[in-house]
Ligand binder design. Structure first.
Ligand SMILES: NC(=O)c1ccc[n+]([C@@H]2O[C@H](COP(=O)([O-])OP(=O)(O)OC[C@H]3O[C@@H](n4cnc5c(N)ncnc54)[C@H](O)[C@@H]3O)[C@@H](O)[C@H]2O)c1
Length: 263
């Protein structure tokens, strides 16, 4: 049995079905685990089959309920088939977390066209495609909850992050658009915007810096809370947005950035 963090009282996502894209590792895996801990049945969607299956195994071993589905969120036919698979297994989706993302370390002039397409494809088009095919099911079941993982890059320019910045800015406005369009259908749509969080994505990014140690020190110094965040800290914030504890919050951005954008 999964014991709730709230001391075994009511699980906060009991009887809900959640779908987490990019749920194999990093922030997505932490969200999938926290949602399962709180009683949700979780569909973990990712391109990384081995890691995705490991995350699902860990959830099921802990007494939760999870399945893995392979899909590239930037490919329409794969998203369509994946959504059909989740509906066949669980019957509905109450909570969609559009988390899958990739980065690219380049300015506009240095960004190759296919790299631009890939980053926009996963980080922005992926949010559109997963939402497009899941929203009708949410409408059919009387409502839902969508959490789009934005970034501090949804709000501030980051050096050498042209395509990523553009995609994450787009995620924020798509969030606001969907919040407005789907409020009458009782679907809340919010963005969760992390700052620097220690995941495989950030580890790889740190590794390609000319002086990785100096880079980490710079990040810590520019973050008011003075440290890099953890995937679990982001997951607990996602849990808050996913529950019915904030029914008047839609179209919002919840910053989980140690105060980075408050400066
Ligand atoms: N780590 C950070 O510092 C940070 C900061 C702000 C925002 N974010 C955002 O959080 C989200 C998760 O990032 P993370 O740090 O956990 O990254 P990560 O690289 O550690 O994990 C991302 C996951 O997405 C999967 N994925 C990649 N492309 C995919 C595709 N086309 N279809 C399906 N799955 C795909 C990967 O296989 C991986 O499991 C991303 O949207 C990222 O932009 C991360």
């Amino acid at each position: 049995m999964v014991v709730s963090k709230t001391g075994g009282v009511a699980m906060r996502l009991k009887d809900k079905v959640a779908l987490v894209t990019g749920g194999a590792e990093g922030i997505g895996a932490a969200i999938a685990k926290v949602f399962a801990r709180e009683g949700a049945a979780v569909a973990v969607v990712d391109v990384n089959v081995a890691t995705g299956n490991r995350t699902v195994q860990a959830i099921n071993d802990a007494g939760g309920k999870a399945i893995f589905l392979r899909a590239d969120v930037s490919k329409s036919h794969e998203v369509k088939a994946m959504v059909e698979g989740v509906i066949a297994e669980f019957g509905r989706v109450d909570i969609l977390v559009n988390n899958a993302g990739v980065t690219l370390n380049a300015t506009v002039a240095d960004t190759e066209e296919d790299d631009w397409e890939r980053v926009i494809g996963v980080d922005l088009t992926g949010v559109y495609l997963c939402s497009k095919y899941i929203v009708p099911h949410m409408v059919e079941h009387g409502g839902g909850n969508i959490i789009n993982i934005g970034s501090i890059a949804s709000f501030v320019g980051l050096n050498n992050n042209a395509a990523y910045n553009a995609a994450k800015g787009g995620v924020m406005m798509l969030t606001r658009n969907m919040a407005v369009d789907y409020a009458p259908m009782k679907i809340r749509v919010n963005a969760l915007c992390p700052g620097m969080v220690m995941t495989p994505m950030l580890e790889k990014f740190i590794a390609i810096q000319p002086d990785p140690k100096a880079y980490v020190a710079k990040v810590e110094a520019s973050t008011p809370l003075g440290r890099i965040g953890t995937p679990e800290e982001v997951a607990e914030a996602a849990l808050f947005l996913a529950t019915d504890e904030c029914p008047y919050i839609t179209g919002a951005a919840l910053m989980v950035d140690g105060g980075y954008t408050a400066r």
